[in-house]
Ligand binder design. Structure first.
Ligand SMILES: [Zn+2]
Length: 446
């Protein structure tokens, strides 16, 4: 109970700090964590990547040869609130209401920042002697590039932040009856710009014109209908753990019948179909386009920016190859390039940790102790990116997204609150998550 009070008051202070990225100014919440730790006599190191962009590291050195483990990287930056009036409570006050703590960032991911910080402090207070290094890492800039946060730490202080295992955000969601997720990998991004050239001429005489917008619209049609090859290696363990019936499992496990299965599922549940499909192929979504300048002029230029998400193992060459296949016959009219870096371009490969590892087995035993013997952990690869990718890539860290939701909110509700309205976390989730982390560390490091 005592932990819960400390977690909520830490969260309230961080919600009120309003570290909206951009610009972030995360140093406010980094100082909050530093003050809390020093009230327990814990020294921490602040690593500043830029003015007001802070990261914090605290370490308990291991006394044995167990693997090293990190709580975090846990980010304190949050995304903006579009319309405060849509919220039931003011989004930057940290209101406690209906057994939840409300506010921007509460779910993404201040409840984990606060739980991990308090767990670290309590372990220190009770004189816990880890047999492998135990690190607490609180970071800036996850909601943008990570270039002032996790990526910067991995590049500039690799020896300080390198670990064998870590637990950070996402996961712990109640995805079905007695089914709770953990995230062991994520897809990559390869945002792609398709450019089209035409010939400018007067819009009053379009006969046989060379119109860049027309070319673009044909290409958009093509890529939105194109289906890249499907793979089942991420989907099969997922549906198996979900306890899906044998017949469905066989049909979904076969790339020849998988497309049919998704079309059927989509008729009943579009969201589920889109989510499961994302685990099986590179996805292509043309999302922004621009072309032409004036209504009386045939456009000489147009482009479309495409959100492309790759599976682990698919590289840049694969992406280009897929576009070439999708656009066969019209390649003379299109230039395939990356979206400019300042708009989030640049290839960012999918990445994955061991689906089964000693830590995963510990997570499963702890969640069964806390939530019931009948719980099964469901291995998930997320379609979106987190800071885990930097650690997987740099050190081969086994990085997992894991927390423990109390089951009072449904998974759909939880998902809609990420970057959404009325973001909140049940107090029960804070208790389970912090007790869970505590147990996991005891089991892994003693
Ligand atoms: Zn987050």
């Amino acid at each position: 109970m005592e932990m819960l009070g400390e977690i909520t008051s830490l969260m309230q202070e961080m919600i009120r700090n309003k570290c909206i990225n951009p610009p972030g100014n995360e140093m406010k919440s980094i100082r909050t964590v530093e003050r809390f730790l020093s009230s327990y006599g814990i020294e921490s190191e602040i690593l500043e990547s830029a003015p007001e962009r802070g990261n914090l590291l605290a370490v308990m050195e291991g006394s044995g040869n167990h693997p090293s483990f990190m709580l975090g990287p846990a980010h304190v930056d949050v995304v903006p609130v579009e319309n405060e009036k849509d919220w039931k409570v003011p989004p930057f006050e940290g209101t406690i209401k209906d057994d939840c703590i409300w506010g921007r960032g509460s779910l993404d991911m201040l409840y984990i920042v606060a739980s991990q910080t308090v767990v670290f402090a309590k372990l220190h207070q009770e004189g816990f002697k880890p047999k492998g290094d135990l690190k607490l890492c609180i970071v800036a800039d996850e909601e943008a590039s990570g270039n002032y946060g996790a990526n910067w730490l991995v590049q500039n202080h690799p020896e300080k932040v390198r670990v064998d295992y870590l637990i950070t955000e996402a996961g712990g969601d109640p995805i079905g009856p007695n089914r709770i997720t953990y995230v062991y990998g994520e897809k990559g991004t390869a945002w792609t710009r398709l450019r089209f050239l035409g010939e400018e001429s007067h819009g009053s005489a379009p006969y046989n014109s060379n119109n860049a917008v027309v070319k673009m619209s044909k290409a958009i049609q093509r890529i939105s209908e194109y289906q890249p090859p499907r793979h089942t290696s991420l989907l099969i363990p997922f549906i198996k753990a979900m306890g899906i019936g044998t017949v469905t499992r066989v049909l979904m496990g076969n790339t020849k019948t998988l497309g049919f299965m998704f079309r059927q599922l989509s008729k009943r549940n579009k969201k589920d179909a889109a989510f499961l499909n994302s685990m099986t192929q590179m996805t292509i979504s043309p999302n922004v386009c621009e072309g032409g300048a004036k209504v009386n002029t045939i456009p000489g230029q147009a482009y479309v920016d495409v959100d492309v998400r790759t599976l682990p193992g698919q590289d840049e060459e694969y992406v280009i190859d897929q576009f070439q296949k999708a656009l066969a016959g019209m390649l003379d009219d299109v230039i395939i390039e990356a979206v400019p870096v300042d708009l989030g371009g640049g290839f960012n490969p999918g990445n994955i940790s061991e689906m089964e590892s000693p830590l995963v087995r510990i997570m499963e035993s702890v969640i069964r102790e806390l939530r019931g013997k009948e719980i099964t952990l469901v291995p998930m690869v997320s379609p979106g990116a987190t800071d885990s990718r930097f650690f997987r890539r740099a050190f081969g860290t086994n990085a997992y997204g894991f927390s423990i939701h109390d089951g009072t909110l449904e998974v759909g509700e939880i998902m809609s609150m990420f970057h959404g309205t009325d973001e909140r976390v049940p107090l029960g989730t804070l208790e389970l998550t912090s007790n869970g982390y505590m147990e996991i560390i005891r089991k892994l490091l003693s």
